[in-house]
Design a protein around this ligand. Structure first.
Ligand code: ASP
Length: 564
């Protein structure tokens, strides 16, 4: 069975587990409050005694089991007014909670307080009035069993993620160094660099514009009613602050540019600073070729072997991909839950429609008419990278697999792939930019804000720049979205509306980001006059030295050090 078929099965299994056994499953009892910031809730030992309030530290996670829910009596909640009630809960004291209590209040209120001690108390349930009638309770309970299922699966996904991430830095550095050294032509490098950046920026600006167009066409904001808006805000408002705060900490553009030159290349490697690593590998590679008379060959040969070994590691890690992917997908789908997905269905579909249109028009055009390759076999050749991007939601994590797909399955040369793809994984994020266009317009529509043409142009500019600045990690696009919203005067609280679906859409937009990198790499290779050759399934199965099939079948051989 082909690797991508196995990964697809893993995804399907993960989706089913996430929906049926996840924390937001509608098949399970919602009997637990999982609070991410304990300071945001009020817990008392006696519901009617304010002095029995337990002090809770900021940022500590708390899991409270629901014993008796609060059901408001007739007339208890007044239309249009905020209300409150108490739900009986039990929870275990944690180190964080006890350490945060420097005054010893908890020790006074709970006899025998120590980590792990079970406490019964009351949790304040707040009721926010919903525009148009009714109230929304917060916090919202989830399924304790689902939460546990996801927690058990989490390490499996993590093993896989860490496995591929482990390869990124040595692989990118080694293969880029070898690629640049084998180029031996500074003019070619300059041409490659400027054209690649040009195509990357252009495709990104087109992506945001497509995002804005589909959002105008479909008007997803009209499909959200007041109750959905209140529910989504109640569930996710707590997370908005953190996103906005990370966006506020982002350095300015000029600092970003300066930062490409590493002060300490080893620190750049240890911290995985992709642009700094690229810069140093390029300069190092050029310097080796300038030594002349093959003086640098020993270094290049060394890194060539390092690169080969890293590729072998990718093959080993990919053999557990189906399990890792199942766990990752279950977690994301389980946390979103069907009700959130339903409320945001039209918004999500708008993003997906935009992504599809962009992929077909822009990437389809590049691959078909510039690289002159047939589309279907091309898609098949890059599918492992797309699936890994989809399930990890990280362009960086998918990078080793993208490089392998480009070189082995499409026939792009090492010098083009090792330059264009690592660069793309950090600066080229068309899917992210497109999603930001839709998200900005969607939030504006829900809040009834009219955006002028100027506002929308600033969204195009800001989203293009933001996608350069965003790292290829899960959720990065959401953080930079805060900047895009500010640029066009849309309130950041709107982020709460779309947070519930963000991780799920992240999967699709990351797959598009990686498809974009691979399409541009293929196009650049064609423009450089390389003859591309797509790998067929038969060739993959028949030739163990190509593709993902069979390479691990080789027996390990002992290596004696060269004594000469
Ligand atoms: N997860 C995306 C990526 O790695 C970035 C984002 O849109 O959040 O490409």
């Amino acid at each position: 069975m082909q690797i991508y078929t196995k990964i697809l099965i893993g995804m399907a299994v993960g989706t089913v587990i996430g929906l049926t056994l996840g924390p937001n499953s509608s098949f399970l009892d919602h009997d637990v409050y999982s609070v991410r910031n304990a300071a945001a809730v009020e817990v008392r030992i006696q519901a009617d005694d304010p002095s029995s309030r337990l002090p809770m530290p900021k940022g500590a996670a708390l899991r409270l089991t629901l014993l008796t829910p609060h059901s408001p009596a007739e007339g208890e909640l007044k239309e249009g007014e905020v209300g409150a009630g108490w739900a009986k809960v039990s929870f275990a004291l944690t180190d964080r909670v006890l350490l945060g209590d420097s005054e010893g209040r908890i020790t006074q209120l709970v006899p025998g307080a120590r980590p792990g001690k079970a406490v019964e108390g009351w949790l304040k349930i707040r009721y926010q009035p919903i525009e148009g009638g009714g109230h929304q309770a917060s916090p919202v309970p989830i399924s304790g069993l689902g939460d546990t299922v996801i927690a058990i699966m989490h390490p499996i996904g993590e093993v896989f993620m860490r496995g591929i991430k482990m390869v990124i830095v040595p692989l990118v550095f080694a293969s880029l160094l070898v690629g640049i050294a084998s180029l031996g032509d500074l003019r070619k490098l300059g041409r490659l660099g400027s054209k690649t950046l040009g195509i990357y920026m252009l495709t990104t600006a087109v992506a945001v514009t497509i995002g804005l167009l589909v959002a105008h066409l479909i008007q997803p904001g009209d499909f959200i009613d007041a109750a959905d808006r209140a529910r989504l805000t109640a569930q996710f408002a707590g997370d908005v602050g953190a996103k906005a705060a990370s966006a506020a900490e982002a350095p300015s553009t000029i600092d970003n540019l300066l930062n490409i030159i590493p002060i300490n290349p080893l620190a750049a490697l240890t911290n995985g600073e992709m642009l700094q690593i690229i810069f140093f590998a390029v300069v190092f590679g050029i310097a080796l070729t300038m030594l002349g008379e093959g003086e640098g060959r020993i270094v290049v040969t060394f890194f060539d072997k390092v690169q080969g070994a890293m590729i072998m590691i990718i093959h080993m890690v990919m053999s557990i991909a189906p399990f890792g992917v199942a766990a990752l997908v279950a977690e994301v789908v389980g946390q979103s839950g069907a009700s959130v997905l339903q409320a945001l269905l039209v918004y999500g579909l708008t993003v997906l429609l935009g992504l599809l249109a962009h992929s077909l028009l822009v990437y389809g055009g590049l691959v078909r008419f510039v690289a002159k390759l047939p589309l279907r076999p091309f898609l098949k050749a890059i599918r492992p990278a797309q699936l890994i991007a989809f399930s990890t939601s990280s362009s960086s994590a998918a990078l080793p697999v993208s490089m392998e797909c480009a070189e082995d399955n499409v026939g792009v040369s090492n010098s083009v792939a090792s330059f264009v793809l690592p660069l793309g994984s950090t600066v080229n994020m068309d899917g992210t930019a497109l999603y930001q266009g839709v998200a900005a317009l969607f939030i504006a529509q829900v809040f009834g804000i009219d955006l002028t043409l100027g506002d929308q142009l600033s969204i195009v500019g800001a989203a293009t720049m933001a996608s350069v600045g965003a790292a290829g990690v899960p959720g990065a696009g959401m953080v930079t979205l805060a900047m895009v919203l500010t640029a066009s005067g849309i309130p950041q609280v709107g982020l709460a509306l779309i947070l519930g679906m963000d991780r799920l859409l992240d999967m699709f937009r990351t797959a598009v980001n990686v498809t974009g990198d691979l399409s541009v790499a293929t196009t650049m290779a064609a423009l450089e006059g390389e003859s591309l050759m797509l790998l067929s399934s038969e060739a993959d199965a028949a030739d163990p030295s190509r593709g993902f099939e069979g390479r691990l079948d080789k027996e390990p051989e002992p290596i004696e050090p060269d004594k000469g």
